[in-house]
Write a protein that binds this ligand. Structure first.
Ligand code: SF4
Length: 265
């Protein structure tokens, strides 16, 4: 008999199989449409708006966004079950922001857990805590972005202040219900000074139950998409940080947090 929650509908723009990022082992990543933030460096600008959009890709129009049920997504996710078993992999929700479509995200995670497939999600935790709390029982790994400790600067570069995110990070950590990793997109001119990384690391180190800290180096892979969507890129004049700088920040992050720190996701 079909379970009701398998019929919950949501809007996605991609499903990527065989990924080795964003969680353990080999993963299937489902990209949800819609985000509360507008990060200037976002490499998935097509994820930000919930509306179905048209993006020009290699000179041709491409429709971004389609409506699917949990059951339909799970048909794809289930195909790689043997890989998950062998590698400890599973389903990862990405975006966009899963909390923008909280009911769909919750039911997708629930369906995955019911099928014996482990779950992870990349998220900014920018929502009411109640919405997060509802999906924690179905989430094995929370990959939580902390972008800056200064709320005014956070707002200038992402469109929203950081208080709610920091408070939710504390509450998720305290709940002990999921494996929590803190991820820091490391962006020149925004948060890549030793002081800025140290401040985030000290915050991460003050939380209970944090598995590790990730520094995600800035890259420019999504740049063409802005032209394809007819939008301006918010950080036109910066370059990716070099390896020496990232290694220096990693040392600072380890010292500041007392946590294992990795470069990359
Ligand atoms: S939170 Fe992620 S998806 Fe949303 S705007 Fe920022 S980088 Fe893009």
């Amino acid at each position: 008999m079909a379970e009701d929650y398998l019929q919950t509908k949501g809007r996605i723009f991609d499903i990527q199989r065989y990924s080795i990022h964003d969680g353990y082992g080999i993963r299937t990543i489902v990209f949800l449409k819609g985000c509360f933030l507008r990060c200037r460096w976002c490499c998935n600008p097509e994820s930000q708006h919930y509306d179905v959009e048209t993006m020009t890709v290699q000179g041709k129009p491409k429709t971004i966004g389609r409506d699917v049920t949990v059951e339909e997504v799970m048909e794809t996710v289930q195909k790689d079950r043997p890989y998950y078993r062998r590698t400890g992999g599973g389903l990862t929700l990405s975006g966009g922001e899963m909390l923008f479509q909280q009911e769909f995200a919750r039911d997708l995670l629930r369906a995955s857990k019911s099928a014996g497939i482990s779950t992870a999600a990349e998220s900014t935790a920018f929502s009411e805590y109640r919405a997060i709390e509802e999906l924690l029982p179905y989430l094995d790994q929370y990959l939580l972005d902390i972008k800056h400790m200064d709320s005014a600067k956070h707002k200038r570069f992402t469109g929203v202040p950081n208080e709610r995110i920091l408070e939710n990070a504390r509450r998720i950590a305290k709940s002990g219900m999921t494996e929590l990793s803190i991820r820091v997109p490391t962006i020149p001119t925004f948060n890549d000074s030793p002081e800025e990384i140290r401040a985030i690391a000290e915050f991460a180190g003050s939380l209970p139950n944090v598995a590790r800290l990730h520094l995600l180096p800035y890259h420019r892979l999504g740049l063409d998409k802005y032209a394809g969507l007819g939008r301006e890129y918010g950080l036109p004049d910066i370059s990716p940080p070099d390896r020496e700088h990232m290694l220096m920040l990693k040392k600072i992050a380890e010292a500041g947090s007392g946590l294992e720190c990795r470069i990359g996701g």
